[in-house]
Design a protein around this ligand. Sequence first.
Ligand code: ADP
Length: 289
Amino acid sequence: MAAVQRLLRSSSVAAAGRRRMATSLAPGQAPAAPAAAPAFPFAGAERRRRPAHERNVQWVFLGCPGVGKGTYASRLSRLLGVPHIATGDLVRDELASTGPDAVQLKEIVNQGKLVSDEIIINLLSKRLKKGEEKGESGFILDGFPRTVNQAEILDGVTDIDMVVNLKLREDIIVQKCLGRRICGQCGKNFNLACIDVKAENGLPPIYMSPLLPPNNCMSKLLTRDDDTEEVVRNRLRIYNEMSQPVEDFYQKQGKVLEFDLPGGIPESWPKLLDVLNLEDQQEMKLAAA
Ligand SMILES: Nc1ncnc2c1ncn2[C@@H]1O[C@H](COP(=O)(O)OP(=O)(O)O)[C@@H](O)[C@H]1O
C-alpha cells in the first residue's frame, strides 16, 4: 500500500499510539473498561472489534473550532491511507440536501450549537457503513466525539488508538475562523487571515501565513454562515463546556497526544509528523528538488 511505503520509520503508528497509551498507565493499572453504550444504529454491539494489527489506525482529532483539525487530519489521512471523517462535513452535506432534518439542522448549526447526539451518530453510522462496504479500514475522526456521551458511545463499538489534541491560543483561533473561506466550486478550504502575534506575557510569538486560493477560486470564495464572530465565540464557549470533558475522558485512558501548534503549516506539519514518528516522503522529495 502506498501509504505504508510512505512510512519510513519502522514502528507502526498504531503501535506508537498503543505504546503511548501503555506508558501513561500506572504499573498494574488496568485500562478503563468501555462504558456501557447506547445503540449505535449501524455499528451495534454485534460489530466485531478488529484488533489493531488487522486494521489501519483509528484516531480522533480534538481541538477548538478553527484550530486546524481538518487541515492536519486530512494530511495525515492521505499519508496513512485512511479516511478522514469530519462530522462537520457530514452535517453540511445534510444541510445541502432536501432531507427532512435540513431546516432544523441549519438553525442549530448557524447558532453555533451542537446537533443532537442522535442525529450526529446516525450520520456517522451511515458514513462508516458506506466505508466498510467499500473496504475502508481505519479512520481519522475530526469533530467527533464532541460530548462525553458521544465518546462513551464510540468506546462501546470500537477501539480508539490515539487522540491528538491540537492547541492554539483562543484569540488566534477567532482570527483564523474569521479568515476561513471555501471555494464554492471546488470545495477546497482557504484562509485569508495573516496571523502575526508578538511574544507577550511569557507566550511565544506566532506567525501563520494566509492560505491563499489560486486565481480561479478567488472569485468563488464563500464564508460559512457559522463563521461570524458572534457564532465563533459561541462555538468556543460550547467547546469549553461540552468538549473539554472529552479531553479528560481520553486523558484518563492515557490516549491523548497534546500538540501545541507552533505556527502555520510549514512549522507545524513537520513537528507533528515528528511527534507521531512519521515521515512524509512526498514532502521530502519536494524539499530536496
Ligand atoms: N460531533 C458533533 N456533535 C454535535 N454537533 C456536531 C458534531 N460535529 C459537527 N457538529 C455540528 O456541525 C457544526 C460544524 O462542525 P465543524 O465543521 O466540525 O465545525 P468547527 O469548525 O466548529 O470545528 C458544529 O458547529 C455543530 O453544529
